[in-house]
Write a protein that binds this ligand. Structure first.
Ligand SMILES: N[C@@H](CCC(=O)N[C@@H](CS)C(=O)NCC(=O)O)C(=O)O
Length: 199
């Protein structure tokens, strides 16, 4: 078994999808969480100066979703056909497009609050409506079994709910999907044992 080391900050953030997939695959790994103080030194050592990085036997892999896709394929969670894979990737990219619009690193609190508020109040409802429609009466976003798109939904919506508690009030089906992911035994175990962080 290769040695896996995940390098990220002490938050769920962009590493959480990798942590979910490693948990699902029952792969042991070093969950290396660096402090902001140490970041400038670490930044010089990682490809493209960004994290998360997953080192596999010392070989660094970068880009959270590229890593996620690799692990999802290994886990059988990437979609059962090429068409399903495309649908799964599309949901993930849709969620990621939205999450990427938040100015996470903005230091000016007024600007940060304004943009966060606008995204959560004006833009989120349309996205949620589209996701709700896409899910329809299905149990999972794509096909007839769980995929990493459902994992990513749980991860992104958990963070969105921290930012706006009533965000999913009109979307019981999306809440149910989140709960279904959270009750997959290995995911439930991981959620129970993971360090508690706001984001
Ligand atoms: N698309 C990349 C984004 C990577 C990224 O921007 N990471 C942020 C943390 S979420 C980072 O490294 N920030 C520190 C910096 O840019 O110096 C991914 O998904 O891995």
């Amino acid at each position: 078994m290769p040695h896996y080391k995940l390098i990220y900050f002490n938050i769920r953030g962009r590493a959480e999808i990798i942590r979910y997939l490693l948990a699902y695959l029952n792969i042991q790994y070093e969950d290396h969480r660096i402090s902001l103080d140490d970041w400038s030194a670490v930044k010089k050592t990682v490809p493209f100066g960004k994290i998360p990085i997953l080192e596999v036997d010392g070989v660094p892999l970068h880009q959270s979703l590229a890593i996620g896709r690799l692990l999802a394929r290994k886990a059988g969670l990437a979609g059962k056909t090429e068409m399903e894979e495309c649908h799964v990737d599309a949901i993930i990219d849709t969620l990621d497009d939205f999450m990427s619009r938040f100015p996470w690193a903005e230091k000016n609190q007024d600007i940060r609050d304004e943009v966060f508020n606008e995204l959560l109040t004006n833009d989120a409802p349309g996205l949620l409506q589209d996701l709700d429609l896409y899910l329809g009466k299905k149990d999972w976003f794509v096909g007839d079994s769980v995929t990493w798109a459902d994992f990513y939904w749980d991860i992104c919506s958990t963070t969105l709910l921290v930012l706006k508690h009533d965000l999913l009030e009109k979307h019981p089906k999306l809440v149910a999907l989140q709960k279904k992911v959270q009750s997959i035994p290995v995911i439930a175990d991981w959620i129970k044992q993971r360090p508690e962080t706001r984001l």
